[in-house]
Write a protein that binds this ligand. Structure first.
Ligand code: A3P
Length: 293
């Protein structure tokens, strides 16, 4: 369990229909009034769906050539700040980002995104990960992240996740809400974690065509190689080892990076219960997430 008293006392509450803690809602007015610029790129995910991975890919695509010192001295969570997070000592988005384009991440469900991102026609990249692996990853993360409520035991967490009683609310609402938005918004690129694992280069190509970027063949190869799990795990600028609010005694941020790890956690009975519930919540046949490769 989380060693920090802070997370044991951190209450989850319903915020406009979504489970949240105060770290993500205290700055609501400012965040809603955020003034996006047309070239801002927003990375939107349900927590633990591959945010850091895609953040790093984008950072390399935009700044890998022009700003090498950024790669060696600024942790990824500072290069790509967290829109809604308000934790003391953290640089907030409002204090001004050093570069253009600004890469910003959010875990907001689609209806919470500040309107300026839509008005400015910003490019938005959404990453979805299958619910089972997403849940397992989130469970482990909640044990080590001191800004998260204590996860409790696995069985309890399993139930809470299905009920949407975790920070950012229901996974089901999140992936569905963004999927629906993507159908009418050409500025939303919807990606899947499983596709990235299957063929990182192909997904980087798709990202580039969405963003209008054309890296050289060498550059593309370098990025594809540099963002592989083992490389990112060893890289102190991408593995969160410099982050003050993570307890590396209880786990690691770059944990496994696989598709199908849920099989090591779900019991047969849990899997049946999960699948039954999933069918009821995931009615749109066009949205398919792979739990296996
Ligand atoms: P696991 O806990 O399953 O290992 P986020 O960045 O949204 O918090 O997501 C973290 C998850 O993405 C973790 O999953 C982490 O290992 C995985 N991840 C990060 N970089 C990755 C990479 N290069 N390849 C595969 N998975 C990666």
């Amino acid at each position: 369990t989380c060693p920090d008293i802070m997370c044991l006392l951190l209450p989850l509450f319903d915020f406009r229909g979504v489970s949240m803690t105060h770290f993500f809602t205290d700055n609501w007015e400012n965040v809603q009034n955020f003034k996006a610029r047309p070239d801002d790129v927003l990375i939107a995910t349900y927590p633990k769906a591959g945010t850091t991975w895609v953040s790093y890919i984008l950072d390399l695509l935009y700044f890998g050539q022009t700003s090498p010192e950024r790669q060696t001295s600024v942790p990824i969570y500072e290069r790509v700040p967290f829109l809604e997070l308000i934790v003391p000592k953290f640089r907030s988005v409002k204090s001004g980002l050093p570069t253009s384009p600004r890469l910003i991440k959010t875990h907001f469900p689609v209806q919470f995104v500040p309107k300026s991102f839509w008005e400015q026609n910003c490019k938005i990249i959404y990453v979805a990960r299958n619910a089972k692996d997403n849940m397992v990853s989130y469970f482990h993360f909640d044990s080590m992240a001191m800004i998260e409520p204590d996860p409790g035991d696995w069985n309890n967490y399993f139930q809470r996740f299905m009920q949407g009683k975790v920070v950012t609310g229901s996974w089901y609402d999140h992936v569905n809400g963004w999927w629906k938005k993507k159908q009418t918004s050409p500025n939303v690129h919807y990606m899947f974690y499983e596709d990235l694992v299957e063929d990182t280069g192909r997904e980087i190509d798709k990202l580039c065509s969405f963003l209008g970027l054309s890296p050289s063949e060498d550059e593309r190869k370098r990025i594809t190689g540099g963002v592989q799990f083992d490389k990112m795990k060893k890289n102190n600028m991408t593995n969160y080892s410099t982050h003050a609010r993570m307890d590396f005694k209880t786990g690691s941020f770059m944990r496994k990076g696989r598709v199908g790890d849920w099989k090591n956690h779900f019991t047969v009975a849990q899997n049946e219960e999960f699948d039954e519930d999933y069918k009821k919540k995931m009615k749109d046949p066009t949205l398919q997430l792979r739990t296996d490769l």
